[in-house]
Design a protein around this ligand. Structure first.
Ligand code: GRF
Length: 186
């Protein structure tokens, strides 16, 4: 039986959500930081903070081959919950199936609205008044699993996709650790 309180955080880039999850860890242990990019900025921060890391370049590696190797690393560190934090890679059904219900993701929109990438500009263009972020369970369907928590951000008249993204990111950093803490004991 995997311990749900042992969390792996999966990143591909700067890892600001990873950092928030580490710094605000409450009721869970960050057992591993894993990345599909050898040069992900967040890896350096993780190493500087004495966290366990695993990284393998996914480009040029078969989808399932990568997932198998990452799965072995997760097992080695006795991980029970996976938190995707800017992990820019679709996981294979082979991976998702045994982890069903144990993988979380943070997405910068109020799901089910605006799934996928680069949605700030379309939301502004559509005249939306409110945006936000969602933490949800990962399934085979992109950004479509059970929603565990959401936080709203009001769109100001002079907002650009960049200013909005920055404000939502700040809210993500508060929402994700809170939802993860609640999730590991449920
Ligand atoms: C965040 O906007 C998150 O919502 C999305 O990817 C971005 C990751 O940023 N899934 P960071 O690497 O956590 O800074």
């Amino acid at each position: 039986m995997r311990d749900p309180k042992r969390v792996a955080i999966l990143i591909s880039g700067r890892g600001s959500n990873m950092r928030a999850l580490v710094e605000q860890a409450n009721g869970y242990t960050v057992a591993l930081i894993a990345s599909n990019k050898l040069d992900a900025g967040g890896l350096e921060w993780a190493r500087d903070h004495a966290l366990q890391t695993w990284a393998m370049e996914s480009k040029g590696t078969g989808k399932e081959e990568f997932d198998r190797k990452m799965n072995a690393a997760l097992d080695e560190h006795q991980v029970g919950t996976i938190a995707l934090a800017g992990f820019m890679r679709i996981l294979s059904p082979w991976f998702i199936d045994p982890w069903r219900g144990r993988i979380l993701n943070i997405h910068p929109s109020l799901l089910p609205k605006y799934r996928g990438l680069d949605t700030h500009a379309p939301a502004i263009d559509a005249g939306e008044r409110v945006r936000g972020c969602s933490v949800h369970i990962v399934t085979e369907e992109l950004d479509a699993g059970e929603i565990l928590g959401q936080a709203e951000v009001v769109i100001e008249r002079d907002d650009t996709p960049e200013t909005l993204e920055r404000r939502i990111l700040g809210v993500e950093h508060q929402l994700y650790p809170k939802v993860l803490s609640e999730f590991v004991i449920r």
